[in-house]
Design a binder for this molecule. Structure first.
Ligand code: F3S
Length: 471
């Protein structure tokens, strides 16, 4: 029986692709093992978002190859490169990784991975022959509810990819060129998958795609301009989906990740407010606030539009935690742009915020722009914005002390609240005895920067120590 090991890199979207590959390997009767050194076939599912992700992917490929050389009995081990880096750069990599890699597969081959492995075994590759390239043109694939999938997340949370691809023209981003045009699943397909996950005991469903707010819009007859209000009467729309997911019986959270500010609407705000299972948390990458920067980045928004939208979101969804990301050091960014950004961060007090230093990515329009910012300046701007956010995060954390929070216990001693997405945001430290994978109401007793300290509701620290001793 063929033993396969898979190394999954990159974002949650890539993780779902890894899960689909493993689902298909199991279906074909292959064994999937965690230890790459003991495997007959190793798949590295790569990321290609920025230079450091590419370097990490190549590092893993070289490491697998080196380990295979050291273990004589594994010399015949096959190495397959999958994922975003493979989809985008397989032709270039074919030369540079000629000896290391046996085959490249792309995003649309995730369901064909088992026959591909069989084909690699069937074809004796000559020493001078290039790695086999299974990639066929642009990516168009989208999974369905019945696509075989083996979840790699803990039992209590899962990702659902509701759409794939991206139609936005952001000048810093390579992902649309890798993942192709936006295509949505149907509401019914997502709801069927969610029902099954909830029945399996999942307590948190994270909806993901490149632009979650664009869900369904690609199926509308006329492609709306970015400011067209979302109209659920048009059939497939995020608002329809959220209401149907909210109606599934059970105690679970629905978390919305990767929304684009251009596609928010009052109807979406109202829908979230009216659906108690939708977490009071939104992830809305804004990238900048200065009009000059938003224009150069082609973000299809303006500073005034964003300020107004955030006001409407805060007013319409009481208790909402807003997570965003900004890019500093984009070509042409001036000190005045950074000052405006800092003022905006100060006035908005984002509950969660990440800042990236701009990375000049081959194949993007941003990479060819004049006035690239020196690395030192990017670094200084990153420190400036992050230091500011650290103070704000401490204020936000402090404001929680004394309150009660419903949390999901992630691992012994660590939980997450509604405002904490898995693997991205802060933590709530709780007693180790609380059951993993369950919701608990806790009282917040303190904080450390981004993280909170808590005890089960109704228990005072001293009482809790007594209770622990008695166990
Ligand atoms: Fe994700 Fe990296 Fe691809 S961030 S979409 S795995 S380029």
């Amino acid at each position: 029986m063929i033993k396969v090991s898979l190394i999954s890199l990159g974002c949650a979207k890539n993780l779902v692709d890894s899960e689909i590959m493993i689902g298909h390997l199991h279906q074909a009767g292959m064994t999937v093992i965690p230890d790459a050194e003991k495997a007959d076939v190793v798949i590295v599912n790569t990321c290609s978002f920025i230079d450091s992700s590419k370097a990490e992917s190549i590092g893993h490929i070289l490491e697998v190859h080196q380990n295979k050389g050291m273990k004589k009995r594994r010399k015949e081990q096959k190495l397959i490169v999958a994922g975003c880096m493979s989809q985008r750069f397989s032709k270039d990599l074919s030369n540079s990784l000629h000896d290391e890699v046996d085959a490249f597969i792309g995003l649309d081959q995730v369901t064909k991975v088992a026959p591909i492995i069989e084909a690699i075994y069937a074809k004796e590759r000559g020493k001078k022959e290039a790695p086999i390239n299974f990639i066929e043109g642009k990516s168009t694939y989208i999974p369905d509810y019945d696509t075989p999938r083996f979840r790699l997340t803990p039992k209590h949370f899962a990702y659902i990819k509701i759409a794939e691809g991206c139609n936005h023209p952001c000048t810093f981003c390579i992902i649309p060129q890798i993942r192709g045009r936006h295509r949505s699943r149907t509401v019914d397909s997502v709801v069927q998958e969610a029902r099954r996950l909830v029945a399996e005991g999942v307590k948190e469903i994270n909806l993901i795609s490149q632009d979650t707010t664009f869900f369904g819009m690609d199926t509308w007859e006329q492609r709306p301009n970015p400011r067209t209000p979302v109209d659920s009467s048009r059939g497939t729309a995020l608002t329809t989906l959220l209401r149907e997911l909210n109606a599934i019986p059970g105690d679970f959270w629905i978390r919305l990740l990767y929304t684009h500010p251009a596609h928010w609407s009052d109807e979406l705000i109202r829908t979230i407010a009216e659906c108690p299972k939708v977490a009071r948390y939104i992830d809305i990458p804004l990238q900048h606030i200065s009009d000059a920067m938003l224009t150069r980045m082609q973000r299809e928004t303006s500073g005034d539009y964003i300020r107004d939208l955030l006001k409407r979101i805060r007013a319409g969804i009481p208790g909402i935690a807003i997570r965003t990301t900004f890019i500093v050091g984009f070509p042409g960014e001036t000190d005045a742009d950074v000052a405006e950004l800092c003022g905006f961060i100060r006035e908005t007090k984002f509950e969660r915020l990440g800042v990236f230093r701009y990375s000049q990515e081959e194949g993007t329009r941003g990479a060819k722009m004049e006035n690239q910012i020196p690395a030192k300046v990017k670094e200084a701007r990153w420190h400036q914005t992050m230091a500011l956010q650290q103070q704000i995060a401490a204020e936000v954390s402090k404001s929680h002390v004394g309150r009660t929070l419903k949390v999901l216990v992630e691992e012994p001693g660590v939980a997450r609240g509604e405002a904490d997405a898995p693997d991205i945001d802060g933590r709530v430290y709780v007693p180790r005895e609380l059951a993993v994978g369950e919701f608990v109401n806790v009282a917040i007793t303190g904080f450390q920067d981004y993280d909170l300290l808590a005890l089960p509701e109704g228990q005072k620290p001293a009482e809790y120590k007594v209770a622990r001793r008695a166990q």
